[in-house]
Every structure is written in C-alpha cells, then in structure tokens.
Design a protein. Structure first.
Length: 254
C-alpha cells in the first residue's frame, strides 16, 4: 500500500482518468474525496470502493463555480481531518479552432475549467499544505500543453498555462516539502469526445492536427494514467518536482 493514511482530492472523478485515479488511490490506502458534477456516478464509485483499503467519499461540485472549487479542500479537511494530495483532473476540450476562429463562449468555459479552477483549488490547498509542511499537487495537463498542434488554440493555451503554473508552484513551494507535477496524456480512451465543444468540431483544423495520430500504435487507457498519478502522489517520487511528464505511448518522441 503506497498511500496509507493519505487523504486525496480528485476532481473530474466520475469518469475516465479521474475515476481511475480515485479508485487506484483508494486501493492503495488513501481516503479520497471524489469530486464531479454527476453525483450518481460518484455514488457508484464509492459503492465499488467499499472493499478497498481506503474510502471514497463523493462530493457533487461544479468546478466552473469558484465557490464550489474553493469548498472541495475545506470539505476534505472536514471529512478526513487533512489533505495530502490534490489531483486537478477536471477539464474540457475545445473544438480544435485556431485563434482566428474561436468563440468567446468556448474561451470562457475552457479557460475557467482547465486553468482558473486549478488556480483556485491550488491556492486553497497550499494553505493546508503549509500548515503540515507537506503536500502533493498533480495537474492533469496534456501533450497539447507541450506542443502546438494537438488541439485548438484555446485548449492548447489553457494546458500550456497549466504547465507553467505547475512549474511556478514547484519552484516556490518545494522548500516547504510541497511538490507539484503535471501529467501530459496523449490519446487516451475517455469520454472527452462527448464534451460540449466536441459536438461541433472545426473539421478543417482537426484534419491538420490529426495527421500525426497515425504514429500511435494504440490509444492509452485511463488506468495507465492512474499508475503515473500514483507514482507522483507517493514517496517513490520524492525528488520529482516541477515536471510535465508525457504519457503518450511515444507519440511525441517522433
């Protein structure tokens, strides 16, 4: 058990990578506050976790609402007495549009969920981490945050900014035994394709950006991302700080 006596908050935990991370953390002994809008899915996850070493407690919250984003840390402390790990996983894709074609509505929502929400949750979590002189933050970014041709302008900018926030946080708080790293998934089998803006894709732009996907032998699975999150959350990665780790099956190595 790698996370015994640890308390974690995982956002976007109702499906995909967030669900896999929450489940694996609980199996490894952590008590987990699982956050998402879909309470029914969180309840199902908590029920599934009853046989795990750790406990999963559902928290229905919308990360687009600042007050609810701030509340998740306080809720973890209220329920479990502390917080050791924050995983900012909740996010949304854009419609692949370049900068000359994005909509204000899409910009506002993508930036609020992909960037503003982590900013807010991290600010609150840091205060708790400073009290105990320890803590781990894991931001789920994207290979789109490392390169320019994996998504639209808005999503790409949001994930580049999230990686910048990750590195800045690692630099400023590392001396307080607080680590912050980012996972940069490549093509992972999740429900991201069902997102609001993916229902009306900019097909011309997507055509340019998907040319390189033929280099991938297969899509990754959420459980493979969860294993990297477990490493970053555990003491096994005690000297890993400020890194943006691509987990993409070698896609970006070409």
């Amino acid at each position: 058990m790698k996370l015994v006596n640890k308390v974690a908050v995982v956002t976007g935990a109702s499906s995909g990578m967030g669900r896999a991370i929450a489940a694996l953390f609980a199996k490894e002994g952590a008590n987990v506050l699982a956050v998402a809008r879909r309470a029914d899915r969180l309840e199902a996850l908590a029920k599934e976790a009853e046989s795990y070493e750790g406990k999963i407690v559902p928290f229905a919250g919308d990360m687009l609402i600042k007050e609810q984003t701030e509340a998740i840390i306080a809720e973890a402390v209220r329920v479990f007495g502390k917080i050791d790990i924050l995983v900012n996983n909740a996010g949304i894709m854009d419609d692949f549009s370049p900068v000359g074609e994005f909509s204000d509505q899409m910009y506002d929502k993508v930036m609020k969920l992909n960037l503003e929400a982590p900013f807010t949750s991290m600010r609150v979590a840091i205060k708790e981490f400073e009290k105990q002189n320890s803590g781990v933050i894991i931001n789920v970014a994207s290979v789109g945050g490392l390169f320019g041709g994996r998504a639209g302008a808005v999503y790409t900018a949001s994930k580049h900014a999230l990686i910048g926030l990750t590195k800045n946080t690692a630099f400023h708080y590392g001396h307080k035994n607080i680590r912050c790293n980012a996972i940069c998934p490549g093509a992972i089998t999740t429900e991201v394709g069902s997102g609001e803006f993916m229902q009306n894709i900019n097909m011309e732009a997507m055509g340019r950006m998907t040319k390189g996907t033929g280099l991938i032998d297969r899509n990754g699975e959420s459980e493979e991302i969860a294993q990297v999150a477990l490493f970053l959350a555990s003491d096994a990665s005690s000297y890993v700080n400020g890194q943006a780790i691509a987990v993409d099956g070698g896609w970006t190595s070409y």
